[in-house]
Ligand binder design. Structure first.
Ligand code: IMP
Length: 430
């Protein structure tokens, strides 16, 4: 038996929410370890859709402990609003089943304000952030200007920290022609939520250690995807955290050996939201069809996702650099009905064939995908619940992908419904 980390192996939106939900039936503890409410995880349980951003996917199941780890950046207002929204759908959320790491960094009001102002200033070169202040909060954390959950319990210290933070950021706001913020207003705003937030605050690393000692299974729930990782992604068009499974150790407070099986959630084609290189992007009718069939609109921002063919070079790189043991292949049903399917097997960089994504932004923009074309399948994978229900040519596609990415398909997802999942390898018992 091992713990499991679930991470995205492309640019996010691979369908992690559903897979985490499927696996959380086995896990007793579900932990978020990076990112913030830029994430959007959609779960469909008994026909009811839940849209989660900051809350770990374990919250929709009874009897699980959900933990927001220290590696997450937390917007207190967004957290309280999300708790209320999910509660209004009949889910019980209380300090017994939700814990917020006392050392998690808070997203302060100045962070989204600056995120939006900076994106505007970048003009055509914008990153396409979610505008939630994620990057700015991480910047402050690393710059040692950050304000943490535990600081809410110490009003005088909180005030001092806010003044310190604003002395830096107000100069930036002023320079950008935006309104400066008053420390007293920010202090009142934060104190207005302080008690409610502190109800959930706890020593998360200890709760995880206790669960571990009791032999409980822990699921580490990643957000975004491998190529949005600040080190391994398409920098600078990335998010501001490490999205790889290794981050679960630092962002939750556990030893690296505790992470266990790493499951890479992988869409049967590729999508991306926001700007940045995307070698297999299809700006044609085929791309439109993928987007339409796959309902490719962001859960967090509603933005239309860019769509393209499966890129085996990218996913193989995520597997190697992220330590992925096996993948969950999602949304294969979106490829139902295609006569031909293309798969990117290498890139052409200035006439040279390469089998990896180069680091340079310029090279990433210049590479051309080298495709192999395979036959589509007749019949449907949609809603299949056993391997026997999958058309033979779709099985071939899955086997072909396994060969190219050098990792097994542990799970196959054939619709958004929790039950439309075929388990080939149980990550908790591998
Ligand atoms: P930020 O995380 O808001 O700073 O945005 C940085 C980049 O990451 C942008 O391209 C966003 O579109 C992308 N991004 C952030 N969160 C997600 C996500 O959950 N899914 C997909 N893309 C995301």
């Amino acid at each position: 038996m091992s713990n499991v980390a679930v991470i995205g192996s492309q640019w996010g939106d691979e369908g992690k929410g559903k897979i985490v939900d499927v696996l959380s039936s086995q896990a007793e503890v579900v932990v978020r370890f990076q990112g913030g409410h830029n994430a959007g995880h959609t779960l469909v349980v008994d026909g009811v859709t839940y849209k989660l951003h900051l809350l770990p996917s374990g919250v929709v199941r009874q009897g699980k402990l959900s933990i927001i780890g220290n590696g997450v950046v937390v917007d207190p207002k967004a957290l309280l609003t999300e708790i209320e929204n999910i509660r209004s759908q009949g889910i019980d959320i209380n300090p017994d089943n939700l814990m917020l790491a006392e050392n998690a960094t808070l997203i302060m009001p100045v962070h989204p304000a600056l995120d939006i102002a900076m994106e505007e200033a970048r003009g055509a070169k914008k990153i396409g952030t979610t505008g939630r202040g994620i990057g700015l909060a991480y910047e402050d954390k690393v710059a040692r200007r950050g304000i943490r959950v535990c600081d809410l319990a110490h009003p005088e210290y909180l005030k001092e920290r806010i003044e310190n933070m604003l002395s830096y950021h107000n100069a930036l706001l002023k320079g950008m022609g935006a309104d400066e913020m008053k420390a007293d207003d920010v202090y009142d705003y934060m104190m207005g939520m302080g008690d409610e937030i502190l109800k959930y605050s706890g020593v998360a690393w200890k709760a995880i250690d206790d669960a571990s000692k009791a032999g409980k299974k822990i699921l580490f729930e990643g957000a975004q995807g491998h190529f949005l990782d600040v080190d391994h992604g398409t920098y600078p068009f990335v998010t501001s955290s490490n999205t790889v499974a290794a981050q679960a150790a630092a962002g939750a407070g556990v030893g690296a050996k505790k992470i266990g099986y790493v499951l890479g959630i992988t869409k049967a084609y590729t999508t991306r939201v926001g700007s940045g290189p995307f070698p297999t992007e299809l700006e044609d009718e085929t791309g439109e069809t993928l987007g339409r069939n796959g309902h490719e609109f962001g859960t967090s921002t509603g933005r239309k996702r860019r769509c393209g063919w499966f890129d085996a070079v990218l996913v193989r790189q995520a597997i190697k650099t992220g330590g992925i043991d096996g993948i969950a292949l999602t949304k294969i049903d979106v490829l139902d009905g295609f006569d031909e399917i293309k798969v990117c097997v290498a890139y052409d960089l200035n006439g040279e064939r390469i089998d990896y994504l180069p680091a340079s932004t310029i090279d990433q923009a210049n590479i051309k995908p080298i495709y192999e074309t395979i036959k589509g399948w007749s019949g449907k994978t949609l809603g299949a619940r056993s391997w026997a229900d999958i058309p033979a040519d779709a099985v071939k596609y899955v086997r072909y992908i396994e060969e190219l990415i050098e990792a097994p398909v542990a799970l196959l997802s054939t619709s958004p419904d929790r039950d439309d999942t075929i388990l080939m390898q149980d990550p908790f018992n591998s």
